[in-house]
Design a protein around this ligand. Structure first.
Ligand code: B12
Length: 424
């Protein structure tokens, strides 16, 4: 029953989508991803605008879960947009609402209204001023890219100025921007390119777009289809699907890139939300131009409680040893402590941190905060990350930075994990 409901919506999306150069994922995979996204919607957690955006782009708008999520997004927008959202969060809300055919200028819920575009404009102006003066934005270039995209898709505010600054940043080889950041910047720059009539701006944006997209193609060629890591693939595919003319006459082997994605079993809702649009041949650029004809609702509402974790108490998992160290050589009184803990095989890194804290609470105390990607470690040994001075706790295995957070990463027996207080 559920499958049929999703199926109709998704098929509509596929029929209307402009699948890049013939690459569209198998139907069953798209359905599976839509289902995982719907199951992730929970009354216990804050609504996730990226999930709503992905459901819209995949055409999966029939369910009551979808409608509930849309309502929650509107409520959260009126409650928090002006108070404590970052510019990037506001931008994601704008994209989510646009793709739901709601007017972000006039979001109504709980007897209040908010003009999200005005809020986005104000917050983007602050980011841009910061970027001009300090050479870095108030938050991150990833967020400024989302801001620019949100404003450009609605034709509001000084997105052109933001796009010019972004283009200069992506062309600055010293910046070493991540694939994720450059991919979202590409979407913002394509949008601006299509809207501007100023030739000097077009020229700069063209250069930035062809440089980044050709670099993505080179990365794919060199790494058997991988662009960045498995979690940047979704955004990288969205960027390449939308930019064929900027890397012409080169052609994109989308089948090779798609096959990398097929081989990975994406479970995190955020990861799915970034990859699903690309798999149906769409990108965030389509957020403002979807056909919003609605149809009947079929699927169940949101999860009342987190899905029951199947306990296997009788199966004794072998214990493994994980070596864990915390290091601060950056701020205040420097410190370095290490401990070896025993945890059941298959435990997440979060479990390692918890056991370390239980064993030596005065040394290995830590705090996490809920984020769209799961629990983020924001403080260890009383030393807190701070966006104002761009500090964070970075996690490494040996010398390599982890590609997942503590909530999902599963260390191996004998692995050396370090949390190092760092800047970004
Ligand atoms: C900017 C960024 C950061 C910044 C955030 C700074 C800030 N104040 O904005 C910093 C540098 C701190 C950061 C840290 C990490 N990051 Co990061 N980060 C991103 C990036 C590029 C953009 C996120 C963003 O701004 N979104 C827009 C805003 C509006 O949405 P938001 O929900 O409010 O964003 C918040 C969360 O994304 C959170 N966050 C950022 N990264 C991570 C990672 C994890 C695991 C968690 C739980 C939360 C989290 O910080 C954002 C701001 O509060 C994404 C790329 C992507 N594809 O999403 C990677 C990304 C989310 N990060 C990733 C990783 C792996 C990490 C680290 C674990 C790296 C490491 N080895 O230490 C650490 C987190 C460690 C910890 N302490 O728990 C992966 C997550 C993959 C996964 N499957 O879990 C991503 C997808 C990059 C990638 N392709 O590998 N990150």
């Amino acid at each position: 029953m559920l499958g049929v409901a999703f199926g109709i919506g998704v098929l509509l999306a596929l029929a209307g989508g402009t699948a890049a150069q013939g690459c569209v994922a198998p139907h069953h995979l798209v359905l599976e991803m839509v289902q995982r996204l719907e199951e992730s919607v929970s009354v216990q957690e804050p609504p996730n605008p990226s999930v709503l955006l992905a459901l819209n782009l995949a055409g999966a708008t029939d369910s009551t879960t979808y409608k509930w999520l849309l309502q929650e997004i509107q409520e959260e927008a009126v409650k928090r947009a002006q108070k404590d959202m970052t510019s990037g969060e506001v931008a994601l809300y704008v994209l989510a609402l646009l793709s739901s055919c709601r007017d972000p200028r006039h979001v109504e819920a709980l007897g209040q209204t908010v003009d999200l575009l005005r809020v986005l404009q104000q917050k983007t102006d602050v980011e841009v001023a910061h970027l001009e003066v300090e050479g870095i934005p108030k938050t991150t270039l990833y967020s400024v890219s989302l801001d620019t995209l949100g404003l450009c898709l609605t034709g509001v505010g000084n997105y052109q100025k933001a796009a010019v600054l972004l283009a200069k940043q992506v062309l600055n080889a010293k910046k070493h921007l991540s694939v994720d950041t450059r991919a979202v910047a590409v979407l913002a720059l394509v949008c601006t390119y299509n809207r501007t009539e100023q030739q000097n701006v077009q020229k700069l944006l063209w250069k930035a777009l062809s440089t980044v997209t050709k670099d993505f193609l080179n990365k794919q060629e060199k790494n058997d289809g991988m662009i960045g890591n498995i979690y940047s693939m979704g955004l990288a595919l969205q960027a390449l699907e939308a930019t064929a003319k900027f890397y012409a006459p080169r052609k994109w082997d989308c089948a090779q890139a798609f096959s990398v994605v097929y081989r990975h079993d994406y479970r995190q809702p955020m990861a799915i939300a970034q990859v699903l649009p690309a798999l149906v041949g769409r990108s965030y650029l389509a957020a403002a131009s979807l056909d919003c004809t609605t149809s009947a609702s079929v699927s169940p509402g949101p999860q009342q409680s987190p899905s029951p974790k199947l306990d296997t108490p009788k199966v004794h998992r072998a214990l493994i040893t994980v070596h864990y160290a915390i290091v601060n050589k950056l701020q205040g009184k420097h410190f370095s402590y290490a401990i070896s803990v025993r945890v059941p095989d298959g435990s997440t890194l979060l479990k390692v941190l918890q056991v370390a804290e239980e064993e030596k609470p005065d040394v290995f105390s830590f705090r996490t905060e809920y984020t769209s990607w799961g629990p983020m470690v924001v403080s260890i040994h009383g030393l807190a990350a701070n966006p104002d001075d761009r500090t964070y706790w970075q996690f490494l295995s040996g010398r390599d930075a982890l590609q997942e957070g503590v909530g999902t990463y599963q260390p191996q027996d004998g692995e050396h994990i370090r949390a190092v207080f760092s800047t970004y």
